[in-house]
Write a protein of this length. Structure first.
Length: 500
């Protein structure tokens, strides 16, 4: 019997009423295992209404109450991390160890939310004038929404809702319809932790649900992670409706390898960063820029390592890489490799014919490696979101930096070198929001914020960290003057203590 995933509204499961459903497949088998209910406008409105009602009390709740619940939630997540990882593997396809890592990185933000009382401390200036004090405080916005992608169905939502809720907001999550089960299990655990009904809600669906959240007058802010075209649409539409927006888009992350680099370490990093999670992550290294005469050696080292990667079902402990999320996405990724030679690329590895015995209907693709890629090739220009690594050549450091800075994306980038001076120049000169020095995927820890530049971010705030606190709250400045009781008119006793 096919499993059905419904919504979570007002602290309980809400059966879908629109009559519209979407298929959820096991990427390793191609089998439809689940149907997910698609929300109508009325169902989105019901979730927002539940969140609005809950905000009346949650927005006034004490920091002690919020953090107590958050600590309980963290403990439950930790205890059920293996179960959540298994749900991710079943619907996304990534290997179990990778799914566990995703949950762990999401837990970092829950950790941060547990200590939100420190981040919400205000400021006070006394005696700015005679008996005048000025204080700055931060208050929650109200109902906020998150729209999240398929590639990290647990981690990316946890980049959003723990901070939002700890700051006193209520939340409506619209996760990817391709792998919805993890978000529902997380909602159940949050309720078990004691979160009041309506503070956290989950609605599934397509553009109907998304557009309603973008236009709903009671939604005060929208967080999004996904492709650049959709991020631009989210930002434009939600902003036009008067909402605060952080919309994180796509990427083409580069790794600059200088001639003095440890090439074995660089090759290890390139393979891990390009092919981990089947390349379906916005921080994947998809372009290596080899500087000087090292290119041939580096490509050979990458090829040797890539050929040893074990591809198979995500629930097989021997697998190091799983399938892609859908057949359509698999075919799109393959098209870049199939057309690469005609665009002047040297195809070192072609993974488009790969299959797994016994799982022939799965969404399989092998590792592909393209060398001497022209800057105008589609495989370089587009965000492929699959296990395809492009290698470009540059004669000098300056040429490599110019190549990277010419990209319309500016999410993450890395340099591999033993030269501290070159690394220092790189981190200052490169036009990207996150930089790694001998670190291929520089995703910041929870107490620093995540976000790119250029077409990789639309909006003014990065996600989580201090930016997350600022995004989910608004500042208020209070200027106060109190009369001194000693100056009270005669005959009025303000109860000022007399010491003489």
């Amino acid at each position: 019997m096919t499993k059905i995933v419904n919504h979570w509204i007002g602290g309980k499961t809400a059966e879908g009423t629109s009559g519209a459903y979407g298929p959820v497949t096991d990427p390793a088998t191609g089998e439809v295992t689940t149907k997910v209910a698609f929300a109508s406008v009325e169902e989105v409105d019901a979730a927002v209404a539940a969140a609005q009602d809950a905000f009346l009390t949650w927005g006034q709740s004490s920091l002690a109450q919020r953090t107590t619940i958050m600590f309980r939630f963290r403990a439950l997540l930790d205890a059920h991390r293996d179960e959540i990882a298994a749900l991710i593997t079943a619907e996304h396809g990534k290997v179990h160890s990778d799914a566990l890592g995703e949950v762990a990185r999401g837990l970092e933000i829950v950790d941060l939310a547990c200590g939100i009382n420190v981040q919400l401390k205000g400021e006070l200036s006394t005696q700015v004038a005679s008996r005048v004090d000025v204080s700055s405080i931060r208050q929650p916005l109200g109902v906020v929404a998150g729209i999240t992608p398929f590639n990290f169905p647990a981690m990316v939502p946890m980049w959003m809702f723990p901070m939002a809720i700890a700051c006193g907001n209520t939340f409506v999550l619209k996760p990817s319809e391709k792998d919805p089960s993890a978000s529902m299990r997380i909602a159940e655990l949050f309720a078990e932790a004691g979160l009041p009904d309506g503070v956290f809600n989950v609605v599934h669906g397509d553009k109907v649900a998304v557009d309603r959240l973008l236009e709903h007058p009671d939604v005060k802010a929208v967080s999004f992670v996904g492709s650049t075209p959709i991020a631009r649409y989210i930002h434009t539409t939600a902003s036009a409706n008067g909402k605060r927006v952080q919309a994180l888009g796509g990427a083409k992350n580069h790794m600059l390898v200088l001639p003095d680099a440890d090439l074995d370490a660089a090759a290890d990093a390139a393979v891990s960063a390009a092919y981990g999670s089947a390349g379906e992550r916005c921080m994947a290294i998809s372009a290596v820029v080899a500087v000087g005469a090292i290119g041939d050696t580096l490509v050979e080292k990458i090829r040797e390592r890539a050929e040893k990667i074990k591809i198979g079902p995500g629930n097989d402990p021997a697998s190091e890489m799983g399938p892609l999320i859908t057949k359509a996405h698999r075919d799109k990724v393959a098209s870049y490799v199939e057309g690469a030679a005609a665009e002047g690329c040297e195809v070192v590895l072609d993974g488009t014919g790969y299959t797994v015995e016994g799982f022939e209907d799965g969404h399989w693709i092998g590792l592909s490696l393209l060398d001497k890629v022209p800057a105008g090739a589609k495989a370089y220009q587009d965000e492929i979101f699959g296990p395809v690594l492009c290698v470009l050549r540059a004669d000098t450091y300056e040429e490599g930096v110019a190549l990277i800075n010419a990209s319309p994306f500016g999410n993450g980038t890395a340099i591999f070198t033993r030269d501290g001076g070159a690394a220092r120049r790189f981190q200052l000169e490169i036009e990207a929001g996150m930089v790694g020095v001998n670190v291929p995927i520089p995703v910041p820890v929870g107490y620093h914020s995540f976000g790119g530049w250029k077409d990789s971010l639309f909006g003014d705030h990065h996600i989580y960290g201090n930016d997350g606190t600022h995004f989910y709250t608004r500042g208020k400045v209070v200027t106060t003057r109190w009369p001194d009781p000693a100056d009270a008119p005669a005959g009025v006793d303000l109860g000022f203590p007399r010491n003489h």
